[in-house]
Design a binder for this molecule. Structure first.
Ligand SMILES: Cc1cc2nc3c(=O)[nH]c(=O)nc-3n(C[C@H](O)[C@H](O)[C@H](O)COP(=O)(O)OP(=O)(O)OC[C@H]3O[C@@H](n4cnc5c(N)ncnc54)[C@H](O)[C@@H]3O)c2cc1C
Length: 409
């Protein structure tokens, strides 16, 4: 009942104010050539079918495992659609193309599953390169980003969260993790580049949060450099955000928040069921949506000390933030309110927002094809299992292909 009333109020606000529309596909796909658009059409048509998507995913996993030469085809199709390139310099064309339309790039070194200290150091070094590159082009690369599990063993993070006693070796390893995080954030601070810390699974998130707040206390005293991520599909997140704000108030630093719904829902629910604890995820989509929109409102009301990124492909939430900005009399380009989507998805949101003058950026993943595969598998699953998402992409791509055909005639 309460939720319905909230939805009605939202709907009334939306109808009465903001003028942004995400329907203009000529704006959305202006940076895509006809052939790139046709390729996108093929990819989204395929992943839209659950059985094709799952067959393709398992075939690729098998082919990579036994060493079949599939990297070339992956590179020319899904990789090119969702990623910037195999190395940082390989992403230059994408950075330029996006920035021509006022859309920033967030270079996301997406190599996952590193397990060695050498691998963790290498991820840290690569993240530092993204900061250096961002510092040289702050308008086209407005943020850097990293995942703590790129720098740390998930086992140690889990042990810390369980409050198990660490062995002397593990304690040393954790000291190195903290040092890596600090080295990155210090570099971001000294180069004046905002840095996002991604959120991960609930069973390792507490030490990630603790590290993020430690960094904010150090580097967010003058402006918002370090951003932690809040997954609003978690029942605890709204309160965590409020608590983080109170801590920032009393600690006299700025709170940086990336708001997302959350990417690991199935995994979270399965684990909770298997281990017999209650799921940390909201009971349904509507509750997650309400929490997300409430978090936007909270951040808006406390904007004197908060800067946020609305990391979402949800049209309603992106629209709602523009409505809030208008309601509170903020200019579209207020630098405390950022919108972000993933490269290869929801261009209708990114490009129409950028055209209207809002601060917008895209996560652009990069790295060797094989290492980026877990990221690509997640995109395939997301575009298959999230109701409506893939068909929305497909509808828009089809609409634009049709519009271009008609224009030529
Ligand atoms: C720029 C950017 C950065 C991101 N960074 C992170 C990150 O650091 N960590 C992370 O975990 N994810 C991250 N994500 C992914 C994000 O969490 C979502 O998985 C994804 O964006 C889909 O949510 P949405 O807001 O776009 O919209 P929608 O498509 O409207 O929502 C789908 C989401 O709603 C939630 N949901 C769906 N069904 C239910 C249900 N039955 N009950 C409860 N909740 C449900 C799930 O979170 C699902 O992913 C990021 C996304 C973007 C665009």
């Amino acid at each position: 009942m309460g939720l319905t009333i909230v939805s009605i109020i939202f709907a009334a606000i939306m109808n009465n104010s903001s003028k942004i529309s995400f329907e203009d596909t000529s704006v959305a796909f202006s940076y895509k050539s006809d052939s790139a658009l046709k390729k996108a059409h093929l990819i989204f048509s395929l992943v839209n079918h659950p059985w094709i998507s799952s067959l393709a995913t398992s075939s690729v996993k098998f082919a990579l495992k036994v060493g079949l030469p599939v990297e070339g085809i992956i590179k020319r199709t899904v990789f090119d659609h969702f990623c910037g390139g195999i190395s940082i310099d390989n992403c230059d064309d994408e950075i330029t193309a996006l920035s021509q339309y006022g859309v920033g790039t967030i270079l996301d070194y997406s190599v996952e599953g590193e397990k060695s200290e050498k691998g963790f150091d290498q991820v840290m070094e690569e993240t530092m390169l993204t900061i250096e590159k961002a510092a040289k082009a702050p308008d086209s690369i407005p943020f850097s980003v990293f995942k703590v599990t790129g720098l740390a063993s998930a086992e140690i993070l889990e042990k810390i969260q369980r409050k198990d006693t660490l062995t002397a070796e593990e304690q040393k390893a954790f000291d190195r993790i903290r040092k890596r995080v600090d080295t990155i954030c210090q570099k971001a601070y000294s180069h004046n580049v905002r840095i996002l810390i991604d959120a991960e699974e609930t069973w390792i998130q507490e030490p990630i949060d603790d590290l993020a707040y430690e960094m904010m206390r150090k580097y967010n005293t003058k402006s918002t450099i370090v951003f932690n991520t809040y997954q609003l599909y978690r029942t605890a997140s709204l309160q965590n955000l409020r608590d983080a704000f109170q801590q920032a108030l009393s600690g006299k630093y700025f709170l940086g928040g990336k708001l997302v719904r959350g990417a690991y829902m199935e995994k979270e629910r399965e684990r909770a069921e298997k281990k017999g604890y209650s799921s940390p995820i909201h009971k349904d989509k509507e509750s997650t949506d309400n929490a997300f929109n409430e978090a936007l409102t909270f951040c808006m009301e406390n904007r004197e000390r908060i800067a946020i990124m609305c990391g979402s492909h949800n049209e309603y939430s992106n629209h709602y933030l523009t409505v809030l900005m208008e309601k509170y009399g903020l200019p579209n380009n207020d630098s405390r309110f950022w919108f972000a989507q993933l490269y290869g998805m929801s261009d209708n949101i990114s490009f129409n927002l950028a055209k209207a003058g809002y601060k917008v950026a895209k996560y652009v993943p990069y790295g060797p094809v094989k290492s980026v595969m877990p990221y690509l598998f997640r995109r395939a699953a997301e575009n298959t299992s999230v109701a409506g998402q893939s068909s929305r992409e497909l509808t828009l791509i089809r609409k634009e292909l049709k519009r271009r055909r008609e224009n030529r005639n």
